[in-house]
Design a binder for this molecule. Structure first.
Ligand code: SAM
Length: 219
């Protein structure tokens, strides 16, 4: 099945509100678990979270690693506004800074970073080289890099089945969002090619659930 692009930035306030209010506890806590398994040496320091949205993953990382600060970057004002509210209410919020800016133009304040993460940004990018280029530009030598995203299924029937399985009880705006994202996502083979083209041949790509892949390694 061909990739079908969706808008890069999540600018619609209704979409951003529904996204920020959704319960992503299971995949986002899994994100932190998978990161921790792959980088057992992680203790603290500054972490860059690319396409942070409302910052749920940023906050979960900050909570798991009390010696770290997280800098999140996102180009959607409505997502960041929701994130500011979440950060104010969260015990780890004072160690999370969210900043408005579109990649690749925006520069993160703490570059070069020892750790760069990103969840569900890759499938939004019309040109995936933006993500790998920013990682190479803003990561320190030896930096930990951990990217998680959706995988594009092979058929439209499989897309419908995943939406039914994982988003049946979500509001319509979120179900549509999830479906669009599955069509916009890359296959593990495509991500492998992107990494090889970027010079990140040593990175690994793994499918970790019925809908998620991770790409990770050290710069
Ligand atoms: C599906 S959301 C994921 C948010 C967050 N990482 C999470 O896991 O909840 C994707 C986010 O990437 C942002 N985004 C997409 N393209 C971007 C770009 N070129 N620069 C900055 N942010 C971008 C969107 O605005 C959106 O908030």
């Amino acid at each position: 099945m061909e990739r079908r692009l969706e808008p890069e930035l999540m600018l619609d306030p209704e979409q951003a509100r529904a996204y920020a209010e959704a319960d992503f506890a299971e995949p986002h806590e899994r994100f932190v678990d998978l990161f921790a398994e792959r980088f057992p040496d992680m203790v603290g320091g500054a972490v860059l979270d690319l396409g942070c949205g409302p910052g749920d993953v940023s906050l979960r990382l900050a909570a798991r690693y009390p010696a770290c600060v997280v800098h999140g970057i996102d180009g959607a004002p409505a997502m960041l506004a929701a994130g500011e509210t979440l950060c104010r209410a969260h015990p780890a919020g004072p160690r999370v800074q969210l900043r408005l800016g579109q990649l690749p133009e925006v520069r993160a304040p703490g570059a070069p970073y020892e750790t760069i993460v990103s969840n569900s940004l890759l499938h939004h990018l019309h040109d995936p080289r933006v993500l790998w280029g920013v990682i190479l530009r803003d990561g320190a030598p030896g930096a930990r890099v951990f990217v998680m995203d959706l995988c594009r299924p092979e058929t439209a029937e499989r897309v419908s089945a995943l939406v039914a399985r994982h988003a049946a009880n979500e509001p319509e705006v979120l179900r549509r969002d999830f479906e669009d994202s599955l069509y916009a996502a890359f296959t593990p083979e495509e991500v492998r090619s992107q990494l090889d083209e970027a010079g990140l041949e040593a990175f690994q790509v793994e499918q970790v659930s019925d809908r998620h892949l991770v790409a990770w390694g050290r710069l």
